[in-house]
Design a protein around this ligand. Structure first.
Ligand code: URA
Length: 230
């Protein structure tokens, strides 16, 4: 790609600033400064300010989302994007969350600048299993296990019942729920439907990715290989 396109694609500077960057020798290939904005380069073969280009083939990360931040580019208050290096937010295409977690849900969240990956992962046809650990303010009735597994639970305002979901109760008011779809506030609404309002909710797994194995503190992220989802 052209050097000016590279600098803006990976969030270094605007096209207008490219000439200044090149004049100062901030982009080098094999130790030699790239001089012209239209010189063709591969992202893997250049250094910018002496460092390799980050995520040259697309950004794919898993974040341990803390409580209290929102999965939105626009809303007021703390956003998940505030946790990321500012340069990522200047990438073009932009970095987005893959689906969303509620403000008061913590845990595993994917982010990417690969729109095709994002759409494939959130497509209703994909059914990537997602596991949520919850606590509730009232006991979850044992019958909820069969009700959720049966694929017949119709949530208020919905036309189609929830897909079969696996509920494992680990205590009166604690458990794990595995979903194969992603509807608005789904875990909270399913548990509320059986008289057990959610108090805390954390996503612990997405397909093959397990939060416990990634060793991420809240707010930390790690690069992932998107191929594990194919
Ligand atoms: N279900 C919910 O209720 N909230 C989430 O954030 C995710 C799934």
């Amino acid at each position: 790609m052209r050097t000016d396109a590279l600098l803006s694609r990976y969030g270094y500077c605007s096209r207008r600033e490219v000439a200044q960057w090149l004049k100062r020798g901030r982009v080098t290939r094999a130790g030699v400064p790239v001089k012209s904005p239209n010189e063709k380069v591969e992202p893997e073969e250049v250094l910018v300010d002496g460092e390799p280009v980050e995520f040259p083939r697309g950004l794919y990360v898993a974040l341990n989302k803390p409580l209290g931040c929102t999965c939105s580019h626009k809303e007021e208050g703390e956003l998940v994007y505030d946790l990321l290096p500012p340069q990522w937010l200047r990438r073009n295409p932009v970095v987005n969350t893959v689906g969303r977690l509620d403000k008061e849900t913590s845990g595993l969240l994917l982010l990417t600048d690969d729109g095709a990956f994002e759409h494939a992962q959130t497509s209703p046809k994909r059914h990537v299993p997602k596991v949520y650990a919850f606590t509730t303010s009232a006991p979850v009735p044992q019958e909820a296990v069969a009700l959720f597994a049966g694929g017949e639970l119709l949530l208020q305002g919905e036309r189609t019942p929830c897909l079969p979901a696996e509920l494992v109760l680990t205590g009166e008011c604690t458990g794990r729920l595995t979903l194969h779809e992603g509807r608005y506030h789904q875990v909270r609404r399913m548990l509320a439907a059986v008289g057990a309002p959610v108090v805390t909710l954390e996503r612990t797994e997405i397909g093959p990715l397990k939060l416990a194995e990634l060793g991420l503190e809240p707010g930390e992220w790690v690069e992932i290989d998107p191929a594990i989802f194919s």
